[in-house]
Design a protein around this ligand. Structure first.
Ligand code: XIL
Length: 350
Protein backbone atom coordinates (compact mmCIF):
# COMPACT_ATOMS: atom_id res chain seq x y z
CA UNK A 1 0.00 0.00 0.00
CA UNK A 2 1.16 3.50 -0.74
CA UNK A 3 2.23 5.76 2.11
CA UNK A 4 -0.57 8.25 1.38
CA UNK A 5 -3.29 5.58 1.48
CA UNK A 6 -1.96 4.16 4.77
CA UNK A 7 -2.11 7.68 6.13
CA UNK A 8 -5.69 8.22 4.96
CA UNK A 9 -6.69 4.86 6.43
CA UNK A 10 -5.27 5.88 9.79
CA UNK A 11 -7.07 9.22 9.59
CA UNK A 12 -10.40 7.57 8.71
CA UNK A 13 -10.02 4.99 11.48
CA UNK A 14 -9.25 7.59 14.13
CA UNK A 15 -12.18 9.72 12.96
CA UNK A 16 -14.43 6.68 13.25
CA UNK A 17 -13.13 5.91 16.72
CA UNK A 18 -13.72 9.43 17.99
CA UNK A 19 -17.20 9.44 16.41
CA UNK A 20 -17.96 6.24 18.34
CA UNK A 21 -16.94 7.78 21.66
CA UNK A 22 -19.07 10.86 20.96
CA UNK A 23 -21.99 8.65 20.02
CA UNK A 24 -21.70 6.62 23.22
CA UNK A 25 -24.88 7.28 25.21
CA UNK A 26 -24.37 9.38 28.32
CA UNK A 27 -24.62 7.44 31.57
CA UNK A 28 -28.02 7.48 33.23
CA UNK A 29 -27.01 6.55 36.78
CA UNK A 30 -24.68 7.95 39.43
CA UNK A 31 -22.63 4.81 39.12
CA UNK A 32 -22.37 5.17 35.36
CA UNK A 33 -21.06 8.72 35.69
CA UNK A 34 -18.81 7.87 38.61
CA UNK A 35 -17.26 4.92 36.74
CA UNK A 36 -16.71 7.07 33.69
CA UNK A 37 -14.94 9.71 35.80
CA UNK A 38 -13.05 7.09 37.83
CA UNK A 39 -14.60 8.53 40.93
CA UNK A 40 -16.21 6.76 43.88
CA UNK A 41 -19.82 7.29 44.82
CA UNK A 42 -20.81 5.11 47.73
CA UNK A 43 -23.44 4.34 50.31
CA UNK A 44 -23.54 2.96 53.84
CA UNK A 45 -25.29 -0.38 53.90
CA UNK A 46 -27.63 -1.85 56.49
CA UNK A 47 -27.21 -5.64 56.51
CA UNK A 48 -30.84 -6.41 57.53
CA UNK A 49 -32.00 -4.34 54.54
CA UNK A 50 -29.45 -5.96 52.24
CA UNK A 51 -30.71 -9.38 53.24
CA UNK A 52 -34.43 -8.75 53.11
CA UNK A 53 -35.09 -6.04 50.55
CA UNK A 54 -34.66 -6.74 46.84
CA UNK A 55 -35.42 -3.17 45.62
CA UNK A 56 -32.79 -1.94 48.10
CA UNK A 57 -30.20 -4.32 46.69
CA UNK A 58 -31.06 -3.32 43.13
CA UNK A 59 -30.86 0.39 43.87
CA UNK A 60 -27.54 -0.04 45.67
CA UNK A 61 -25.90 -1.99 42.85
CA UNK A 62 -27.33 0.27 40.16
CA UNK A 63 -26.38 3.67 41.60
CA UNK A 64 -23.21 3.18 43.66
CA UNK A 65 -19.77 1.72 42.97
CA UNK A 66 -18.61 1.71 46.61
CA UNK A 67 -20.11 0.43 49.86
CA UNK A 68 -19.37 0.82 53.56
CA UNK A 69 -21.03 -1.17 56.34
CA UNK A 70 -23.15 1.11 58.53
CA UNK A 71 -22.57 -0.95 61.68
CA UNK A 72 -21.29 -4.49 61.21
CA UNK A 73 -17.56 -3.80 61.20
CA UNK A 74 -17.65 -1.82 64.44
CA UNK A 75 -16.03 -3.29 67.54
CA UNK A 76 -19.20 -4.60 69.23
CA UNK A 77 -20.07 -6.47 66.04
CA UNK A 78 -16.63 -7.86 65.22
CA UNK A 79 -15.22 -8.75 68.66
CA UNK A 80 -18.18 -9.07 71.03
CA UNK A 81 -16.08 -11.14 73.42
CA UNK A 82 -12.38 -10.76 73.87
CA UNK A 83 -10.54 -12.75 71.22
CA UNK A 84 -13.77 -14.11 69.68
CA UNK A 85 -14.16 -12.46 66.30
CA UNK A 86 -17.40 -12.57 64.30
CA UNK A 87 -17.24 -11.58 60.67
CA UNK A 88 -20.40 -13.15 59.18
CA UNK A 89 -22.29 -9.91 58.58
CA UNK A 90 -19.28 -8.02 57.30
CA UNK A 91 -18.50 -10.92 54.99
CA UNK A 92 -22.01 -10.67 53.53
CA UNK A 93 -21.31 -7.13 52.45
CA UNK A 94 -17.92 -8.05 50.99
CA UNK A 95 -19.57 -10.86 49.04
CA UNK A 96 -22.28 -8.55 47.71
CA UNK A 97 -19.61 -6.06 46.67
CA UNK A 98 -17.59 -8.74 44.91
CA UNK A 99 -20.66 -9.98 43.02
CA UNK A 100 -21.47 -6.44 41.92
CA UNK A 101 -17.90 -5.24 41.31
CA UNK A 102 -18.01 -2.63 44.02
CA UNK A 103 -15.28 -1.38 46.35
CA UNK A 104 -15.58 -1.70 50.11
CA UNK A 105 -14.58 0.92 52.67
CA UNK A 106 -14.10 -0.41 56.17
CA UNK A 107 -15.66 1.40 59.13
CA UNK A 108 -14.33 1.58 61.85
CA UNK A 109 -11.47 0.07 63.86
CA UNK A 110 -11.45 2.31 66.93
CA UNK A 111 -14.22 4.60 68.17
CA UNK A 112 -15.56 5.65 71.57
CA UNK A 113 -18.98 4.21 70.65
CA UNK A 114 -20.22 0.74 69.70
CA UNK A 115 -17.91 -0.90 72.23
CA UNK A 116 -18.84 -4.25 73.78
CA UNK A 117 -19.05 -4.40 77.59
CA UNK A 118 -15.80 -6.29 77.94
CA UNK A 119 -14.07 -3.22 76.54
CA UNK A 120 -16.25 -0.41 77.91
CA UNK A 121 -16.58 -1.86 81.40
CA UNK A 122 -13.27 -3.67 81.62
CA UNK A 123 -10.58 -2.97 84.21
CA UNK A 124 -7.70 -1.69 82.15
CA UNK A 125 -4.19 -0.45 82.51
CA UNK A 126 -2.45 1.46 79.77
CA UNK A 127 -0.56 -1.70 78.78
CA UNK A 128 -3.50 -4.11 78.76
CA UNK A 129 -5.80 -1.75 76.85
CA UNK A 130 -3.09 -0.94 74.30
CA UNK A 131 -2.62 -4.65 73.74
CA UNK A 132 -6.39 -5.27 73.39
CA UNK A 133 -6.52 -2.43 70.85
CA UNK A 134 -3.62 -3.89 68.85
CA UNK A 135 -5.22 -7.33 68.86
CA UNK A 136 -8.57 -5.96 67.73
CA UNK A 137 -7.24 -3.82 64.91
CA UNK A 138 -4.96 -6.60 63.77
CA UNK A 139 -7.71 -9.27 63.95
CA UNK A 140 -10.23 -7.27 61.92
CA UNK A 141 -7.84 -5.74 59.39
CA UNK A 142 -6.12 -9.05 58.68
CA UNK A 143 -9.43 -10.85 58.18
CA UNK A 144 -10.35 -8.32 55.48
CA UNK A 145 -6.88 -7.99 54.02
CA UNK A 146 -7.11 -7.45 50.26
CA UNK A 147 -10.90 -7.01 50.40
CA UNK A 148 -11.17 -3.57 51.85
CA UNK A 149 -9.43 -0.79 50.01
CA UNK A 150 -9.74 1.92 52.69
CA UNK A 151 -10.24 1.76 56.45
CA UNK A 152 -11.54 4.37 58.84
CA UNK A 153 -8.92 3.40 61.40
CA UNK A 154 -9.68 6.01 64.04
CA UNK A 155 -13.10 7.63 64.30
CA UNK A 156 -13.95 10.89 66.08
CA UNK A 157 -10.90 11.33 68.31
CA UNK A 158 -11.25 15.12 68.37
CA UNK A 159 -13.87 16.86 70.52
CA UNK A 160 -16.25 19.55 69.34
CA UNK A 161 -14.00 22.47 70.29
CA UNK A 162 -10.87 20.89 68.91
CA UNK A 163 -9.64 19.30 72.13
CA UNK A 164 -8.68 15.61 72.34
CA UNK A 165 -11.99 13.87 73.04
CA UNK A 166 -12.19 12.32 76.49
CA UNK A 167 -12.82 8.59 76.02
CA UNK A 168 -11.71 5.25 77.35
CA UNK A 169 -8.94 5.37 74.75
CA UNK A 170 -7.56 8.80 75.49
CA UNK A 171 -8.15 8.50 79.24
CA UNK A 172 -6.42 5.14 79.74
CA UNK A 173 -3.86 5.07 76.91
CA UNK A 174 -3.49 8.76 76.05
CA UNK A 175 -3.35 10.27 72.55
CA UNK A 176 -0.88 7.52 71.54
CA UNK A 177 -3.83 5.20 71.03
CA UNK A 178 -4.24 6.79 67.60
CA UNK A 179 -0.75 5.89 66.53
CA UNK A 180 -1.08 2.38 67.97
CA UNK A 181 -4.20 1.79 65.86
CA UNK A 182 -2.68 3.10 62.62
CA UNK A 183 0.48 1.05 63.04
CA UNK A 184 -1.45 -2.13 63.80
CA UNK A 185 -3.73 -1.59 60.78
CA UNK A 186 -0.75 -0.99 58.50
CA UNK A 187 0.97 -4.10 59.72
CA UNK A 188 -2.14 -6.22 59.17
CA UNK A 189 -3.01 -4.84 55.73
CA UNK A 190 -0.18 -2.78 54.24
CA UNK A 191 -2.07 -2.12 50.99
CA UNK A 192 -5.24 -0.62 52.48
CA UNK A 193 -5.59 3.14 52.59
CA UNK A 194 -5.77 4.24 56.22
CA UNK A 195 -8.02 7.11 57.24
CA UNK A 196 -8.68 9.35 60.20
CA UNK A 197 -12.46 10.03 60.10
CA UNK A 198 -14.45 12.73 61.90
CA UNK A 199 -17.55 14.92 61.80
CA UNK A 200 -17.87 18.70 62.01
CA UNK A 201 -14.41 19.24 60.50
CA UNK A 202 -15.38 19.62 56.85
CA UNK A 203 -15.37 23.41 56.49
CA UNK A 204 -12.56 25.45 58.05
CA UNK A 205 -13.30 25.77 61.79
CA UNK A 206 -11.47 25.35 65.11
CA UNK A 207 -12.31 21.64 65.03
CA UNK A 208 -11.12 21.32 61.41
CA UNK A 209 -7.88 23.09 62.44
CA UNK A 210 -7.43 20.55 65.23
CA UNK A 211 -7.99 17.62 62.86
CA UNK A 212 -5.51 19.19 60.44
CA UNK A 213 -2.89 19.55 63.20
CA UNK A 214 -3.51 15.99 64.34
CA UNK A 215 -2.98 14.42 60.91
CA UNK A 216 -0.08 16.75 60.14
CA UNK A 217 1.65 15.55 63.28
CA UNK A 218 0.94 11.89 62.48
CA UNK A 219 2.30 12.32 58.99
CA UNK A 220 5.38 14.22 60.22
CA UNK A 221 6.18 11.39 62.64
CA UNK A 222 5.89 8.73 59.96
CA UNK A 223 2.67 7.18 61.27
CA UNK A 224 1.10 5.30 58.33
CA UNK A 225 -1.91 7.46 57.46
CA UNK A 226 -3.19 8.02 53.92
CA UNK A 227 -6.26 10.15 54.25
CA UNK A 228 -8.87 12.14 56.10
CA UNK A 229 -12.53 11.15 56.10
CA UNK A 230 -14.99 14.01 56.36
CA UNK A 231 -18.31 12.63 57.55
CA UNK A 232 -20.54 15.49 56.33
CA UNK A 233 -23.65 14.83 58.41
CA UNK A 234 -25.37 18.17 57.83
CA UNK A 235 -28.66 20.03 58.18
CA UNK A 236 -30.11 23.12 56.53
CA UNK A 237 -28.92 25.15 59.53
CA UNK A 238 -25.29 24.10 59.18
CA UNK A 239 -22.60 26.14 57.50
CA UNK A 240 -21.82 24.32 54.27
CA UNK A 241 -19.62 26.31 51.93
CA UNK A 242 -17.90 24.97 48.85
CA UNK A 243 -14.98 27.40 49.01
CA UNK A 244 -14.25 26.63 52.64
CA UNK A 245 -14.52 22.89 51.97
CA UNK A 246 -12.06 23.19 49.09
CA UNK A 247 -9.61 25.21 51.17
CA UNK A 248 -9.73 22.56 53.85
CA UNK A 249 -9.21 19.76 51.31
CA UNK A 250 -6.32 21.69 49.73
CA UNK A 251 -4.40 22.05 52.98
CA UNK A 252 -4.88 18.35 53.77
CA UNK A 253 -3.74 17.48 50.24
CA UNK A 254 -0.62 19.60 50.78
CA UNK A 255 0.33 17.18 53.56
CA UNK A 256 0.30 14.38 51.01
CA UNK A 257 -3.05 12.98 52.19
CA UNK A 258 -6.22 12.19 50.29
CA UNK A 259 -9.78 12.98 51.34
CA UNK A 260 -13.00 11.00 51.26
CA UNK A 261 -16.40 12.45 52.10
CA UNK A 262 -17.51 9.45 54.11
CA UNK A 263 -21.01 9.80 55.59
CA UNK A 264 -22.99 12.51 53.88
CA UNK A 265 -26.63 13.19 54.69
CA UNK A 266 -28.61 16.44 54.91
CA UNK A 267 -31.42 16.14 57.41
CA UNK A 268 -34.59 18.21 56.98
CA UNK A 269 -37.81 18.49 59.01
CA UNK A 270 -40.29 15.60 58.72
CA UNK A 271 -42.89 18.06 57.40
CA UNK A 272 -40.48 19.48 54.83
CA UNK A 273 -41.47 22.03 52.19
CA UNK A 274 -40.43 21.94 48.50
CA UNK A 275 -38.07 24.84 49.25
CA UNK A 276 -36.32 22.81 51.92
CA UNK A 277 -35.90 19.92 49.49
CA UNK A 278 -34.31 22.33 47.00
CA UNK A 279 -32.04 23.76 49.69
CA UNK A 280 -31.00 20.22 50.53
CA UNK A 281 -30.24 19.52 46.87
CA UNK A 282 -28.03 22.61 46.74
CA UNK A 283 -25.97 21.42 49.71
CA UNK A 284 -25.53 18.05 48.02
CA UNK A 285 -24.43 19.78 44.81
CA UNK A 286 -21.98 22.13 46.54
CA UNK A 287 -20.27 19.29 48.40
CA UNK A 288 -19.90 17.04 45.36
CA UNK A 289 -18.72 19.95 43.20
CA UNK A 290 -16.18 20.95 45.85
CA UNK A 291 -14.86 17.40 46.10
CA UNK A 292 -14.64 16.89 42.34
CA UNK A 293 -12.76 20.17 41.97
CA UNK A 294 -9.97 18.94 44.25
CA UNK A 295 -7.89 16.06 42.87
CA UNK A 296 -7.13 14.87 46.41
CA UNK A 297 -10.83 14.26 47.08
CA UNK A 298 -11.54 10.86 45.63
CA UNK A 299 -14.84 9.59 47.01
CA UNK A 300 -18.19 10.75 48.28
CA UNK A 301 -20.34 8.35 50.27
CA UNK A 302 -23.84 8.92 51.61
CA UNK A 303 -24.87 7.50 54.97
CA UNK A 304 -27.60 5.20 53.71
CA UNK A 305 -29.12 4.01 50.44
CA UNK A 306 -32.56 5.51 50.98
CA UNK A 307 -34.56 7.28 53.67
CA UNK A 308 -36.33 4.11 54.71
CA UNK A 309 -33.34 2.86 56.69
CA UNK A 310 -31.65 6.14 57.60
CA UNK A 311 -30.28 6.65 61.12
CA UNK A 312 -31.48 10.28 61.20
CA UNK A 313 -35.03 9.91 62.63
CA UNK A 314 -33.65 8.01 65.62
CA UNK A 315 -30.75 10.32 66.19
CA UNK A 316 -32.61 13.59 65.52
CA UNK A 317 -36.33 13.19 66.30
CA UNK A 318 -38.46 15.37 64.02
CA UNK A 319 -35.85 15.33 61.27
CA UNK A 320 -35.18 12.87 58.45
CA UNK A 321 -35.37 12.54 54.66
CA UNK A 322 -31.64 13.24 54.42
CA UNK A 323 -30.59 10.97 51.57
CA UNK A 324 -30.71 10.87 47.75
CA UNK A 325 -33.62 8.40 47.56
CA UNK A 326 -36.86 8.52 49.53
CA UNK A 327 -38.67 5.78 51.43
CA UNK A 328 -40.28 4.57 48.20
CA UNK A 329 -36.85 4.30 46.49
CA UNK A 330 -37.59 7.33 44.30
CA UNK A 331 -34.79 9.75 43.51
CA UNK A 332 -34.99 13.26 44.95
CA UNK A 333 -33.82 16.66 43.62
CA UNK A 334 -30.47 16.05 45.36
CA UNK A 335 -30.01 13.02 43.11
CA UNK A 336 -30.77 15.04 39.95
CA UNK A 337 -28.24 17.63 41.12
CA UNK A 338 -25.59 14.97 41.55
CA UNK A 339 -26.20 13.64 38.06
CA UNK A 340 -25.87 17.20 36.79
CA UNK A 341 -22.64 17.87 38.72
CA UNK A 342 -21.10 14.57 37.59
CA UNK A 343 -21.92 15.37 33.98
CA UNK A 344 -20.22 18.78 34.15
CA UNK A 345 -16.91 19.07 32.37
CA UNK A 346 -14.00 18.18 34.61
CA UNK A 347 -12.25 21.33 35.83
CA UNK A 348 -8.64 21.70 34.64
CA UNK A 349 -6.35 20.50 37.41
CA UNK A 350 -4.03 23.18 38.76
C1 XIL B 1 -24.45 5.27 63.26
C2 XIL B 1 -25.40 4.29 62.56
O1 XIL B 1 -25.90 4.91 61.41
C3 XIL B 1 -26.50 3.89 63.48
O2 XIL B 1 -27.29 2.84 62.88
C4 XIL B 1 -25.95 3.41 64.83
O3 XIL B 1 -27.02 3.15 65.71
C5 XIL B 1 -25.02 4.44 65.42
O4 XIL B 1 -24.00 4.75 64.48
N1 XIL B 1 -20.73 8.73 62.78
C6 XIL B 1 -20.22 7.50 62.45
C7 XIL B 1 -21.14 6.37 62.17
O5 XIL B 1 -19.00 7.38 62.26
O6 XIL B 1 -20.60 5.12 62.53
C8 XIL B 1 -22.47 6.55 62.85
O7 XIL B 1 -23.34 5.51 62.43
C9 XIL B 1 -23.04 7.91 62.53
C10 XIL B 1 -22.12 9.01 63.02
Amino acid sequence: MKKTSVFSLVVILSLLLSACSVLQPAPTTLRGWADQRKFEIGAAVSIPALESDEPYRELLAREFNTVVPENVMKWDATEPQQGKFTFEDGDKLVEFAEQNKMRVRGHTLVWHQALPDWVAKGEWTKETLSEALRQHVSGVASHYKGKIYAWDVVNEAVGDSGEMRGSLWSNVIGPEYIEIAFRAADEADPDALLFYNDYGAEMISPKADAVYELVKDLKARGVPIDGVGMQMHTSLDDYVDQTSLQLNIKRIAALGLIVHITEMDVRIPDDFTPEQVQAQAKIYADVLRGCLAEPACQAVLVWGVNDKYSWIPQQYPGLGAGLLFDEAYQSKPAYQEWIKVLSEKEPPSD
